[in-house]
Design a binder for this molecule. Structure first.
Ligand code: IPM
Ligand code: MN
Length: 368
C-alpha cells in the first residue's frame, strides 16, 4: 500500500470546512484504491497569528518541505486587517520557501451552469481554459521592494524582475500543458512598455521552436483582459507574469458561475510524463481559488467543489494517481449534471445542498 504524506493547512474562515470535505473524499479514494494518506495539520494565517503571533512559523515550512503535498484552505479576514504581518504573508511565504513557481488556475464553465454565469450564456458556453501564473517572481517578489520617506514626501517601489531561466521554466509548463490539451498557448505580457516583458516574449518565442506542434500567440495584457470575457472560448492555455496572473485569474473566474467551483495547483516542477512514460510526482500546494468568506462560516453555505477538485489535482500532480483524480472529476461532473447546487450557485432563494450534503453526493458517485 502506497503512503503519501499530506500537510493540511485549513487556514481561516471557511478554509477548514472545505478542506475537511476534500479529506472525506480522499478517504473514499484511499479505501477504494488501497492508498494510505497520512495527514499532519497546522495553523496558518490569521489563526496562527492568534495562536503564535505569526502567520507562518518556521516549523510549518519545515513540515511542508517533508510532505509530499499540501492541502490548503484560505487565509485572511477582517479581524486581522490591521495586523503588522497580515495573514496573506503565510501563503506568499510558503510559495517562495517551497519554490512553487507554476500556478495552474483552470477556468471551466460546467455544462448546464451557463445560466449561473453573470455573462451572456452563449459567450461563455464551452469555455475551458487554464491560466498559468508564474508564482515566485515578477512584481510580487522583485527587489527593491520598499517604502521610505524623502524631503519631497513618501515613496514606494516594487520591481518586476525576471531571469531568463525563470521565464523559460514557466513557459515550458505552458507548452507542455498546451501539448496535452488543444495545443494553443497564449503568452500574455506588456511588451509595448515593459523591458521584462520584452525579454519574456523573446524567451517564449525561442522556446516555441521546441514545440512546433503548439500554436504560440503573444497578447498584451490590457487587450487580453477584454478578450478573456468577450471571447473566452478562443483560449486554451495562457501563461503570464505573477501580477498579471493574479488579476486575470480573478477575471477569468467570473466566466464560471462561481469562484467556489474552481481549484488550483501550485507546483515546484514540470508536470507531465517522465522519459519512461510515468507521471512525474511533483511537490505541490493545492487550494481552491476562493477566499475565506467569513460571512458564511458555519452556515453550510460553503461550496466544497473547488477544494475537492484541488485534491484531485494533488492526486494527479503530486502522487501520479491519474485514475483516482479522474474519478473525482467525473463525480463532480455527474453531481452537477444531476442538478445539485450549493448555495453560491443555487437559484436565488431556491433550495441548495449544504457543504456536507454536496460532499456526500460526490462521495456516493466515487464509491459506486
Ligand atoms: C491569490 C491571492 C493572493 C495573491 C493573496 C492572498 C496574497 O490573491 O492567490 O490570488 O495575491 O497571490
Ligand atoms: Mn488573487
Amino acid at each position: 500500500m502506497a503512503t503519501f504524506d499530506v500537510l493540511v493547512l485549513g487556514g481561516d474562515g471557511i478554509g477548514p470546512e472545505v478542506v475537511a470535505s476534500s479529506q472525506r473524499v480522499l478517504e473514499v479514494v484511499a479505501n477504494k484504491w488501497k492508498h494510505n494518506f497520512r495527514y499532519s495539520t497546522d495553523l496558518v494565517g490569521g489563526s496562527a497569528i492568534d495562536a503564535y503571533g505569526t502567520p507562518l512559523r518556521a516549523e510549518t515550512i519545515a513540515t511542508a518541505k517533508k510532505a509530499n503535498a499540501i492541502l490548503f484552505g484560505a487565509v485572511g479576514g477582517p479581524k486581522w486587517d490591521n495586523a503588522t504581518v497580515r495573514p496573506e504573508a503565510a501563503i506568499l511565504g510558503i510559495r517562495k520557501a517551497l519554490g512553487l513557481y507554476a500556478n495552474l488556475r483552470p477556468v471551466k464553465v460546467f455544462p448546464g451552469m451557463e445560466e449561473s454565469s453573470p455573462l451572456k450564456n452563449d459567450r461563455v458556453r464551452g469555455a475551458d481554459l487554464v491560466i498559468i501564473r508564474e508564482l515566485t517572481g515578477g512584481l510580487y517578489y522583485g527587489k527593491p521592494k520598499k517604502r521610505w520617506t524623502t524631503k519631497e514626501g513618501r515613496k514606494g517601489v516594487d520591481t518586476m524582475l525576471y531571469t531568463e531561466k525563470e521565464v523559460e521554466r514557466i513557459m515550458r509548463v505552458g507548452f507542455e500543458l498546451a501539448r496535452s490539451r488543444r495545443k494553443k498557448l497564449t503568452s500574455v505580457d506588456k511588451a509595448n512598455v515593459l523591458e521584462s516583458s520584452r525579454m519574456w516574449r523573446e524567451v517564449a518565442t525561442e522556446l516555441g521552436k521546441e514545440y512546433p506542434d503548439v500554436e504560440l500567440e503573444h497578447q498584451l495584457v490590457d487587450s487580453c483582459a477584454m478578450l478573456l470575457i468577450t471571447q473566452p472560448t478562443r483560449y486554451d492555455v495562457m501563461v503570464m507574469e505573477n501580477t498579471f496572473g493574479d488579476i486575470l485569474s480573478d477575471e477569468g473566474a467570473v466566466l464560471s458561475a462561481s469562484l467556489g467551483m474552481l481549484p488550483s495547483a501550485s507546483l515546484a516542477g514540470l508536470p507531465g510524463l517522465d522519459s519512461k512514460g510515468k507521471a512525474r510526482k511533483i511537490r505541490g500546494l493545492y487550494e481552491p481559488s476562493h477566499g475565506t468568506a467569513p460571512d458564511i462560516v458555519g452556515t453550510g453555505k460553503a461550496n466544497p467543489i473547488g477544494t475537492i477538485l484541488s485534491a484531485a489535482f494533488m492526486l494527479q500532480y503530486s502522487f501520479g494517481l491519474t485514475e483516482e483524480a479522474n474519478a473525482i472529476n467525473a463525480a463532480v461532473d455527474a453531481v452537477i449534471s444531476a442538478g445539485h447546487r450549493t448555495a453560491d450557485i443555487a437559484e436565488r432563494g431556491g433550495e441548495f445542498s449544504t457543504t456536507d450534503h454536496m460532499t456526500d453526493l460526490i462521495i456516493e458517485q466515487i464509491a459506486n
